[in-house]
Design a protein around this ligand. Structure first.
Ligand SMILES: Cc1ncc(CO)c(N)n1
Length: 222
């Protein structure tokens, strides 16, 4: 007993590395990612973020304490007021207007991932839901840090994806990630080995669905 977040990543080490170091991520770092692949990813990520916001609303509903309710509310506000606003602005820069976003067909990988998170939260408790969400928040924060440490990563105007990296290395996003890690470490500290095994399975499945999300971008799959 006495688990913490890193026990979850250690339990699915290969899948976690395949997600963090995916070819899509490497292409963002060295700027070689095909523009069409990025555009497809951005469009689908808009749909992803809407369901991600719903998952925080579910976290509010699943909360037993005022502190958890407030935290879920903060998460929902951060997605609606910060990440989705940034995202819509960023899409505009890439020539994707709001009318177009509102009419997008949802790719299967987007559906699979977002509905998996919502179902896991509905079936389980608040910890199940947070573990299903962790690859998103913690993963993207770690990806930004990992990219910055790679010699192939180009920063500044020379890389068309520089603003994407900057969004996830921002104090706002990194701060939300740290708060999530702290919450998870506290909750994981007193779960039993049997409960940890269940949670590790949720974390691994969500991580594999993040890998599919990158791949969906590369393949421009619907
Ligand atoms: C698919 C996906 N995972 C994580 C994040 C980070 O919030 C995002 N925007 N999109």
């Amino acid at each position: 007993m006495g688990y913490r977040f890193t026990d979850l990543t250690n339990a699915c080490h290969d899948d976690w590395r395949a997600y963090i170091e995916h070819d899509f991520v490497r292409g963002l770092g060295d700027g070689t990612l095909a523009e069409g692949a990025f555009r497809h990813y951005l469009q689908q990520d808009y749909l992803f973020l809407i369901h991600f916001a719903r998952a925080y609303a579910l976290a509010a509903y699943k909360s037993r304490s005022l502190a958890d309710l407030r935290q879920a509310h903060e998460g929902l506000k951060a997605i609606l007021d910060v990440e989705l606003d940034l995202h819509v602005g960023y899409c505009r820069e890439w020539g994707i207007g709001e009318a177009e976003l509102a009419q997008l067909p949802e790719a299967r990988a987007t559906m699979a991932y977002t509905r998996y998170v919502l179902d896991t939260g509905n079936r389980g408790d608040l910890l199940d839901l947070h573990v299903a969400l962790a690859p998103c928040l913690v993963g993207y924060g770690e990806i930004a840090t990992w990219l910055n440490a790679q010699s192939f990563t180009l920063r500044g105007k020379i890389n068309p994806y520089d603003a994407w990296i900057a969004m996830y290395e921002s104090d706002e996003f990194q701060g939300a990630m740290r708060a999530e890690l702290e919450w998870l470490d506290t909750r994981l500290a007193d779960v039993t080995p049997a409960r940890f095994a269940e949670l590790a399975e949720v974390f691994r499945d969500a991580t594999r669905l993040e890998i599919d999300f990158w791949q969906m971008g590369l393949d421009r799959a619907i």
